[in-house]
Design a protein around this ligand. Sequence first.
Ligand code: ZN
Length: 729
Amino acid sequence: MKICVLGLRGLPHVMGGVETHCEQLFPLMKELHPNDSFTIIARKAYLPENVSEHHGLQIVSLPHARSKHLETITNTIYGVLYARLVLHADLLHLHGIGPALVAPAAKALGMKVVVTYHSKNYEHRKWNRFARVVLRIGELCAIAFGDRVIVVSQCLATNLRRRFPWAAAKIYFIPNGATHVSAVKSEICFGDDVLARYGLNGKKYIIAVGRLVPEKGFHDLCQAFKAADLDCRLVIAGDADHRDEYSTRLLQQASETIVFTGFVAHDALQRLLQNASLFVLPSYNEGLPIAALEAAVAGVPLLMSDIEPNRDLGFRSENYFRTGDVDDLRYKIAQDHELYRVDRDKILRQYDWDLVAAETAKVYSTVQAYVGRRKTGSVSLKHRVFAVGFGVITATGADRCLRFLARGRGVVLMFHHVRPPRPRQFAPNRVLEITPEFLDLVLTELRREGFDVIPLDAVVDRLRPGPARRPFAALTFDDGYRDNIEHAWPVLRRHNAPWTLFVTTDFVDGRGRLWWLELEEAIGRLDRVVLPGNGKVLDLPNRTAVEKQATFEAVYGHLRAGPEERLRAVTADLAAQAGLDTSRLAVDLCLGWDEVQILAREPDVSIGAHTLSHPMLAKCRAMTAMHEIAESKALLERRLGRPVQHLAYPFGDPSAVGVREFRLARQAGYATAMTSQPGHVFPDHAAHLHALPRVSINGLFQNKTALRALLSGVPFWLWNHGRVVRTEH
Ligand SMILES: [Zn+2]
């Protein structure tokens, strides 16, 4: 396999966490896989030689723009073209979320893409707003288009899996290593003269290491050090990539007691670390701080800011100070530095480059295994495009500029399950599930964005001609899940938000078929899925989470395209093969009559109909569709003793509902009926009250970015080319 590594400044001996990471990792990767070729793309400014070699790696220096903002992206663009056109690389390994901007291009050029996510660069203080927007889009490209995403810190991996649950299966946590430091023996250290060069005495100075950029927090350290007035010196080892206002101002602090060394070669740095009395890492932002690992291995006591990536290293609480709190830092550096000593051997065991290389090689092999397969991840292209689309809309501010056109009179939101997260790899129905915390965020955002949360009964009134009012939002929950009472209701009550529950009466009876959940359970248990079909047999391998996801999508799509009877028969058969007892599913998950009756009496809750058995109505015979629509209304009214005015069509997409159902719903006496066709509600919908669009609050996109995009209406407006009422039903 030909591998091209892109996104770092260069190696060897180029300062920086990413550069150290690559310098340690790739020679080991080459040792593990001597038959693979590894080419590192470097930047001319750091490695002027065109082509060089380092421990079996080929290093190619490519040009780039010299400005701080354009350096990375120009070099990366040259790099991706070079990788494809000159190297014919099979796999592109991108480092950092800025370089990940080229991930879609690399995919389009036919390469497999692995991205190592080192830190949330968009939180770095050196970037302006535009650069941050671009980096956020880079993050989305990494997640959406990377075949695999390696994350160097545990908290960052958790954060990404939470924000992008649809991509969770391809996100791997592999830390940085620390063992490279111990490989340098102090006796053969070439940096012997370094102490003398700066006039330093052993154990009489505090050291900090890193590039002179604001997020490293060296300004805090200088301030705290001056205030503490200690009988020792402060050494800051590192250079600025670009002479800017910040680094200039920082360097002006140099004095008798504060020493800036500029760039220090590895051996000399090692010597500086070994002789320091304390290492301080005052950063505001890190991935997994290699500098701290190096210090720990060098045996120097450690004090660091309490940002999450630093806390992830798992030292005792004494080793941390409050981020940005100069007083706290001043107090702590004035204590006996021996207090901050850490367990060096534990670090060496935990952060071993050999393990890092072995894990990375494993990730590569999973990518290779998928060469030629239809799907490479656990998420459909559609969802990847959505995620990037939402990101671009909010990052560019389109949600703010266009919402006055796109938001309409308001929006009907569609929810299903609301419950605490259940971490599991294979969860194809996750789209239908959000956490109570996210529901809380939805309601908070609605208020912040000026929406009136109104009952469904009030929607028709909002569509009448008249002066523009505040936008409305109506909240609807489909199917009648018990978690709606347990987890959603408390949140809704807290926000005084009225809501509508659409119940399927068979589910309330405890005998309906939640076949999409049966399918998930069955595929989760089976190792192989075989479906005899019209002429072609689907035979799907079904062992890993990624395979199971692909199987689910294939089977679900296949069944939804066919008739209702076949869908139910095949699902029942698969469930039987898997040894599932499906009879309890509705009883366990759905509300019973007692509970629905209690809810119906609540002033803030209205009960709507969601048919008797939850079929794809458009595929039923007219008599059956009529019965499902009209009888569910009649049955609910009988059982609840109050009128039922609203209907939600099961599934609600064009394959499951059409003009015949709109007519039937009107004839059955419903005031409104909801599809799941995505979109906001406009005055023109007054003529289409039985085909109202809804916006699904999708479990895959439980983040503010997606939410803001959805509430602005802009994604749907763009998707429909500015048309607001879709009539192709
Ligand atoms: Zn439903």
